[in-house]
Design a protein around this ligand. Structure first.
Ligand code: DP6
Length: 334
């Protein structure tokens, strides 16, 4: 059957940063997380992806920020597009153009916005109309964190139990009224590339003596994050968010060989966040699989947090973000 999609489908998605971290899979092929997670979608870190059907091509083609992608990235992307081609009963190749407004190589959650935008654009190009749950399941196959970027605001990822992954998707968290903003404090020199999150979490699962304890803690942390956000209690929010981040990294550091994502600037920035908090500012930090720190705070304090973090030695240009919207179709590329 030939696909009957629109000529060009264009989607945008924002990155998200986890408050309660995902670090470990229960199954690799369907990319099923071993535990849930909680995130905030970030308006300032955004990807746009345009997809057109190319019946004349024998291979998919893809550019990111106007550069042809590597064979490895193309192969991973084509495998992902195959999932949607299978759903649509099509073999048609696609041309993909993707752009982000933040450096995709810097380890700033680009796979989350990238696969979320791709899921929305490719499914529309093939004429499929999928709901949020189906899109989240699809995006998860590209990258676990991408399942969360389908939705805006605070989002919860469900680990699920089924072997086929039909219950492993994200859902928006309704009714959390706490005003939330973020400040991204990137390490100016990202340094030698540390191990990526997929490999890093697998190495941790296989070799860290702390892994089981880490997984056992996640559900407790999810409940505590939701109730402390609900109560707008920053001492409790900070304890659970920083606790989840530090436990994830402690777990990775305890792998053999140990995985260290922090740099000097990461630790200096953590201390600055804690000093601000001790001075009464509602703020806490988290760090993904890289050296960049993200501070969560309330919008009224965002400038103060950004100013303090921009003065940390080794921190590059800080990015201020508000809560972002879910992935959706748009009319044109920026
Ligand atoms: C540290 O979603 O990149 O950012 O599913 O293997 O693609 P894969 O992993 P990925 O892992 C994200 C890890 C993290 C924590 C988080 O976002 O929850």
């Amino acid at each position: 059957m030939e696909a009957k999609g629109s000529d060009v489908a264009i989607a945008t998605a924002c990155a998200n940063i986890a408050l309660v971290k995902y670090w470990g899979k229960r199954e690799g092929k369907l990319n099923l997380p071993a535990a849930g997670s909680v995130s905030l979608t970030l308006d300032a870190l955004r990807t746009w992806t345009s997809v057109s059907l190319s019946p004349e091509h024998r291979q998919d083609v893809m550019t990111i920020d106007d550069q042809a992608v590597s064979e490895a990235v193309l192969a991973r992307t084509s495998r992902f597009v195959d999932l949607i081609r299978d759903l649509a009963g099509s073999k048609t190749r696609v041309s993909i153009r993707s752009k982000s407004n933040f450096p995709t190589a810097a380890g700033l959650a680009s796979s989350a916005s990238g696969f979320a935008a791709l899921a929305v654009a490719v499914s529309d190009a093939f004429g499929l109309s999928l709901d949020g749950q189906a899109l989240s399941i699809l995006a998860r196959r590209g990258s676990g964190s991408a399942a969360r970027s389908i939705f805006g605001g605070f989002v919860r990822m469900h680990a699920g139990e089924r072997a086929d992954g039909t219950d492993a998707f994200a859902t928006p968290i309704p009714g959390l009224s706490i005003p939330m903003a973020a400040v991204v404090a990137p390490a100016a020199k990202a340094g030698p590339k540390a191990i990526g999150s997929t490999e890093g979490m697998e190495q941790t699962r296989m070799t860290s003596p702390y892994y089981d304890a880490w997984i056992a803690q996640v559900d407790i942390d999810i409940e505590e994050s939701l109730s402390s956000l609900e109560a707008r209690d920053w001492d409790r929010i900070a304890q659970v968010v920083e606790g989840s981040c530090l436990a994830m990294h402690a777990n990775a550091m305890a792998a053999r060989p140990g995985i260290v994502y922090f740099q000097g600037s990461t630790l200096l920035a953590m201390n600055v966040v804690r000093s601000l908090r001790h001075a009464g500012v509602p703020v806490c930090f988290t760090v993904d699989a890289g050296p960049h720190l993200v501070a969560f705070t309330e919008p009224d304090y965002q400038d103060r947090v950004a100013n303090a973090l921009s003065q940390v030695p080794g921190v590059g240009d800080v990015i201020k973000s508000s809560s972002g919207e879910g992935a959706h179709l748009v009319g044109r590329m920026p």
